[in-house]
Design a protein around this ligand. Structure first.
Ligand code: NAD
Length: 361
């Protein structure tokens, strides 16, 4: 059976960067034996314009029957005046919810060729390759009760609830351990078990799940120390697994270690390995249509898709080494440009990756 991939270009630079990822998929199908069918759909502002909703039923049905979804980006100033229920971002959030994508994978990889793009010293970050696994559908962002209430003395009080059930912790734990098995086999679980009972349970369940993965080394770190260690010595980490809110904060911090938003892919997985893959950046309305967007984050999202949803690790590695080759060759889109490099636009960067893929066949 061929793999089924739904492609959702979205808004702004989305269609431009996704077109380059599609070139890569086409080469893998033509020259490297990838057995996959692709279909395109609408999401975000462009879906709203065409159908009146940012997440058409057809897109949702197609996503549910696909093995993986590749998404560009959604949003832009054109749709900001719309009411929240039909804003482009609702398309993305709706997909995550309806597909039960609870495991958010945010790698932070710094190719040695781009070490000078980081605000940290090159020796601290060069060669960085860490994976943050963030729980995406539970925790304090969804816990009940929540709200703002008025106390007897008339003062208002805001409150939210941090809740995790054992089963929620266990499934994100398994997701992290499974990923570690495909990497350096080290998991660091980040919590605040010294203060929050909920994350005391988190730690207890992580230890229990870890017993099923004896090859993986499990360690624990309080979130405040983890934030410090991420900027002090980020290369100590392989896989970090943490709650929704801690992961939200730490993954943005880790992304910035690399200095370039145009290089970072992400994945959101369900319990069966089906996933949605997208660059971490947005629709970049400021450069949309100019042909300057960096397509590498989207191309690297295809690599993640091959590894985590389609069980094609060899093809994933081919894409990653082709990206490394084009960086070695000096190709740079403007966002990662440095003196002496060969500045190229979106399509030329995609073409360079395709050429490198074919050359390494
Ligand atoms: P953004 O990530 O779109 O852009 C931030 C900056 O990074 C801009 O200067 C942009 O030009 C640059 N940039 C982003 N991607 C790039 C790439 N591939 N190559 C070169 N430069 C790149 O964030 P923003 O400006 O805060 O948001 C713009 C729109 O995107 C908003 O509507 C926002 O809601 C939406 N957004 C969508 C997603 C998503 O679809 N997952 C994520 C974040 C923001």
């Amino acid at each position: 059976m061929p793999h089924k991939i739904l492609i959702l270009p979205g808004d702004g630079i989305g269609p431009e960067i996704v077109a380059e990822a599609v070139k890569v998929l086409d080469v893998l199908r033509a020259d490297f034996g990838l057995d996959a069918e692709t279909e395109q759909g609408l999401v975000g502002g462009s879906a709203y314009d065409a159908t009146g909703t940012p997440l058409p039923q057809r897109t949702l049905d197609d996503a549910k029957s696909a093995d993986a979804v590749l998404l560009g980006a959604v949003g832009g100033p054109k749709w900001e005046p719309l009411e929240i229920a039909v804003r482009p971002e609702k398309g993305l959030l709706g997909l995550r919810k309806e597909l039960a994508l609870f495991s958010n994978l945010r790698p932070a990889i710094l190719y040695p060729q781009l070490a000078s793009a980081s605000t940290l010293k090159a020796e601290v970050v060069s060669g960085l390759d860490l994976m943050i696994v963030r729980e995406l559908t539970g925790g304090i962002y969804f816990g009940q009760p929540r709200g703002v209430r008025t106390l007897e003395n008339g003062e208002r009080q805001g409150y939210n609830t941090l809740v995790y059930s054992e089963s929620e912790i266990e499934r994100i734990g398994r997701s992290a351990f499974e990923i570690a098995m495909k990497r350096d086999k080290r998991v660091c679980s980040v919590d605040k078990a010294n203060v929050l009972e909920c994350t005391e349970l988190w730690r207890e369940v992580m230890i229990r799940v870890g017993k099923d993965y004896p090859q993986v080394q499990l360690s624990h770190m309080y979130v405040d120390n983890a934030a410090m260690q991420l900027v002090k010595a980020p290369k100590q980490f392989d896989v970090m697994v943490t709650t929704n809110m801690f992961g939200d904060i730490l993954s943005d911090c880790a992304a910035m270690l690399t200095g370039s938003i145009g290089m970072l892919p992400s994945a959101s997985l369900d319990a069966n390995g089906r996933g949605m893959y997208e660059p971490i950046h947005g629709s970049a309305p400021d450069i949309a249509g100019s042909g300057k967007a960096n397509p590498l984050a989207t191309i690297l999202s295809v690599a993640m898709m091959l590894r985590y949803s389609l069980d094609e690790d060899g093809l994933a590695q081919r894409i990653e080494s082709a990206v490394s080759t084009v960086l070695d060759q000096g190709y740079r889109t403007p966002d990662i440009f440095a003196a002496g490099a060969n500045e190229v636009g979106t399509a030329a960067m995609g073409d360079a990756v395709v050429t490198a893929l074919r050359a390494n066949a």
